[in-house]
Design a protein around this ligand. Structure first.
Ligand code: GLU
Length: 424
């Protein structure tokens, strides 16, 4: 690849630039004034921390962590914390902005924030992970609080890590404060339905898309990329709803069966063998081969930058439901639009997680807990309404679903900011 091409690909794959590209287009269409654009595009606060942690063998290691609050105009900063070896500040910044727009799309009273720690959790022991989490929490303590910034799980973080964050914060405050973090274990104030909320949200908006496009559930074939909490749950619930999940894609390859995969059995197989590959009755495929399968619904539910200018033209799905944050680059958007693929953008498609995080925060503050039916019913109500808001907006204004979602979100955040005014 020549230098100029590789530079333009590097720019395309930078998540912060991708977030800005969509922001710019939506802001221009809304005719937002220049000053408001400046305020909304830049984060409110960013913190980089260096975390000394004693490893099990006695050595000291220093890890880097970030917490970015993008906006607190509509409420406390809200967003997950991810642990991964390649996390960067630009990535966390983009993810924080996406949280702002996501919370505004589903109209819950939060701003946007995100955190990350550069580490490889696969090589850390439970004790090392706990010490790292507690030190990270202590270092970003001034940011945190039920009224200021509320973390949650994201890639490679889970309910146990949220419990350590809650405990560390509470020890400093000298009282138990469950609402400082969501996605906690049920016994520590977690909400029923939170674990599967993101995947369930994907199911709800996919059903809405099928209805809108006049497609029936029974004939719908699905390819899911990523078999973690989001992809795994989405696959399971979509299969249970009557769709045929014909392929699942993971880091080490994909499995495919035109008759549909038994998702529960596939989860068991992975648990027993450590991989989805070699699943009885299914064919092993190359990752890319599976991504480009002819199917009705493609659910990218792993990481950023899966659908790019290099491969978007090969996608053969009718609907893309973005379970992950930022799986499609801004350049790829145009290619998908030209192919008339119906994209349910990440800030809508995966908003089920933060929506039930909001329910968890409400329950913690009320000290009164809801049953799962109530949680799922309220989630469905919000996801269906948000889908219709976005798609209706897209139809009315002649823009694609992603730009419609951004426009709706920007308008809401700008309006809140206008009402509050600028403190001088
Ligand atoms: N990490 C999830 C997301 O990207 C959930 C965030 C939350 O619940 O605060 O939406």
């Amino acid at each position: 690849m020549i230098a100029a091409e590789s530079r333009s690909l590097e720019r395309e794959l930078n998540p912060w630039l991708a977030a800005e590209a969509r922001f710019d287009e939506a802001a221009a269409r809304l005719k937002l004034d220049d000053g408001m654009q400046k305020v909304l595009r830049s984060p409110t606060r960013e913190l980089t921390v260096y975390l000394p942690v004693q490893l099990d063998d006695g050595r000291l290691e220093v890890f880097t962590g970030f917490r970015v609050q993008h906006s607190i105009a509509r409420g406390p900063g809200k967003g997950g914390v991810r642990y991964a070896p390649d996390v960067t500040l630009d990535e966390v910044r983009a993810l924080a902005a996406w949280m702002t727009w996501k919370c505004a799309v589903v109209n819950i009273p939060f701003g946007g924030a995100k955190g990350g720690v550069v580490c490889d959790p696969a090589v850390l022991s439970e004790g090392e992970l706990e010490r790292l989490t507690r030190r990270y929490t202590a270092e970003i303590l001034e940011f945190l609080g039920p009224e200021s910034d509320v973390p949650a799980p994201d890639i490679n973080t889970n309910a146990q890590i949220m419990a350590w964050i809650m405990d560390t914060y509470s020890m400093h405050k000298r009282h138990t404060e469950t609402a400082v973090v969501t996605g906690k274990p049920l016994d520590l104030g977690g909400s029923l339905g939170r674990q599967e909320a993101t995947g369930r949200g994907c199911l709800i908006v996919t059903l809405e898309a099928l209805r809108k496009l006049g497609m029936d559930i029974e004939n719908t074939t699905v390819v899911v990329q990523g078999f973690g909490n989001v992809g795994g749950t989405a696959a399971r619930l979509m299969a249970r709803a009557g769709m045929r999940v014909i392929a699942v894609i993971e880091i080490d390859g994909a499995v495919y069966s035109p008759h549909g995969l038994d998702i529960d059995a596939l989860m068991k197989h992975r648990e027993e063998t450590g991989s989805i590959l070699g699943f009885p009755g299914a064919e092993n495929l190359d990752r890319d081969e599976a991504l480009f399968l002819d199917c009705h619904v493609l659910v990218p539910a792993a990481k950023e930058n899966v659908i790019t200018s290099l491969n978007a033209h090969k996608i053969r799905a009718r609907i893309i439901c973005e379970g992950a944050n930022g799986p499609t680059t801004a350049v790829a958007d145009q290619i998908l639009a030209d192919k008339r693929i119906f994209v349910i953008p990440d800030i809508l498609a995966n908003a089920g997680g933060v929506t039930v995080s909001y329910f968890e925060w409400v329950q913690n503050r009320q000290g009164f807990y809801w049953n799962e039916q109530l949680v799922n019913g309220r989630l469905e109500e919000i996801m269906v309404k948000s889908f219709r808001d976005v798609v209706g907006y897209a139809d009315r204004h002649g823009v694609d679903n992603r730009i419609a979602a951004y426009m709706l979100a920007l308008d809401r955040v700008a309006f809140a900011l206008k009402l509050r005014g600028i403190y001088a």
